[in-house]
Design a protein around this ligand. Structure first.
Ligand SMILES: *Cc1c(COP(=O)(O)O)cnc(C)c1O
Length: 385
């Protein structure tokens, strides 16, 4: 290995997940693949071409920067939707390049129409509606008083691509009441849009969790992030899916594997401390291995003394504090281990697995946070299981 660690994306696993999603959604629901956060750490440049090859025909990102990256690695003429940040110059870029974007305040709406006119193009927008997340979106009063009249004066400068909203925590049953309220508000606002005579092409409200929990809210488009990567938004959502389908077991396939290698081996006498400080003292003579991955490489410091890795089919423990660029593991049960041997930080080997979820549970990080913190500079490589 030339690098201290590599991330591998499993093409077959991704094809399996996307196939599952397509069957689950049916023909009439467009799946937008959400690839913000560097494709949830999978790496936009590596992930997006695989997703396109697996049949994805719409992508969602947070920023214009990400949209530019996605555009650069697509083969086909596939729509990209920016859900978050755009500077005014980037807004102009989006209109010029027919990139779709959310509009959630009147200033962006005015700028969009203004630049569409100057460019002689149409702004392709999705109107975001405020339903109770209280992040971004238009409320009823603003729609009626400002948005509708303004749009009616400018009908030739835009394509009404969609209306949308986002649920505030659909992955947890504890948010049930809040989500129910959001549903009601969304249906009311949607009615107002339709009554005012507009015909948005798409209606979309569902992220992964809502897609499973609220199938009626799928309308004709869903925005799927975490599920396509083979992970569940929360254990609850997986249970809900199994129950509804009356299944005993079902799993998506984890797309990502993270591997490093053994950099050095050392025998340490009983009673010695390992690494910085005195977080770990050996209770007997120990053999330890050093892995060239630390918190600067996305391996959380919280996993000090807690993390688990796989080496030669054996599951073993992280000893002591995770350093900036290295960590120590126990080799007592792997006497054959030698420098250069593969070490799996996330992934499976033989009977053992270090899942993203287990990794996350140990460090109290959500799947989402853990993945998106994997640094950009770890190489992403494609493999086929
Ligand atoms: C991130 C995001 C999604 C995707 O969420 P998942 O839980 O990963 O499916 C959908 N919609 C919006 C607005 C988002 O920001």
């Amino acid at each position: 290995m030339e690098n201290t660690s590599n991330i591998y994306l499993d093409k077959k696993a991704l094809a399996y997940n996307i196939d599952f999603l397509r069957k689950e959604m049916g023909e009439d629901v467009l799946i937008s693949s959400v690839v913000k956060g560097n494709a949830y750490g999978h790496g936009i440049e590596t992930y997006v071409p695989l997703a396109e090859a697996s049949g994805i025909r719409h992508f969602s990102v947070f920023s214009a920067e990400e949209a530019i990256k996605v555009k650069g690695c697509l083969k086909g003429d596939i729509p990209i939707m920016i859900m978050g940040f755009l500077s005014e110059a980037q807004l102009e870029w989006a209109i010029e390049n027919e990139v779709e974007f959310f509009i959630f305040d009147f200033k962006r709406l005015r700028h969009a129409i203004h630049h569409a006119k100057l460019l002689g193009k149409k702004a392709l927008f999705h109107l975001e509606l405020e339903t109770g997340m209280n992040r971004t979106g238009f409320d009823y009063a603003t729609l009626k008083k400002e948005v509708f009249p303004f749009l009616k004066e400018n009908t030739t400068s835009f394509v009404f691509k969609g209306i949308c909203t986002h649920f505030a925590g659909a992955e947890s049953i504890s948010n049930y009441l809040r989500i129910e309220e959001q549903k009601k508000v969304f249906l009311k606002l949607r009615n107002a849009v339709l009554k005012a005579g507009f015909e948005p092409e798409y209606t979309h409200t569902c992220c992964s969790a809502a897609t499973i929990r609220l199938p009626k809210m799928r309308f004709n488009m869903v925005r799927i992030g975490i599920l396509q990567y083979g992970l569940w938004p929360s254990p609850e959502i997986k249970i809900e899916y199994l129950r509804r389908k009356k299944l005993q077991a079902f799993n998506l396939k984890r797309v990502l594997t993270w591997k490093s290698e053994l950099m050095s081996i050392k025998d340490v006498k009983m009673g010695e401390f390992i690494g910085y400080g005195n977080n770990y003292q050996t209770s007997e003579n120990k053999r330890i291995g050093i892995i060239p991955v630390g918190y600067a490489n996305g391996y959380s410091r919280v996993l000090s003394n807690i993390g688990r890795v796989l080496i030669n089919d054996i599951r073993t423990a992280v000893f002591g504090n995770v350093n900036m660029n290295s960590l120590a593991i126990d080799l007592s049960n792997a006497p054959e281990a030698k420098v250069g041997d593969e070490v799996i930080l996330i992934g499976e080997k033989g009977e053992h697995e270090i899942s993203v979820a287990s990794f996350g549970e140990l460090s109290n990080q959500l799947n989402y946070e853990l993945l998106t913190r994997l640094p950009m500079d770890i190489p992403r490589l494609v493999e086929c299981s």
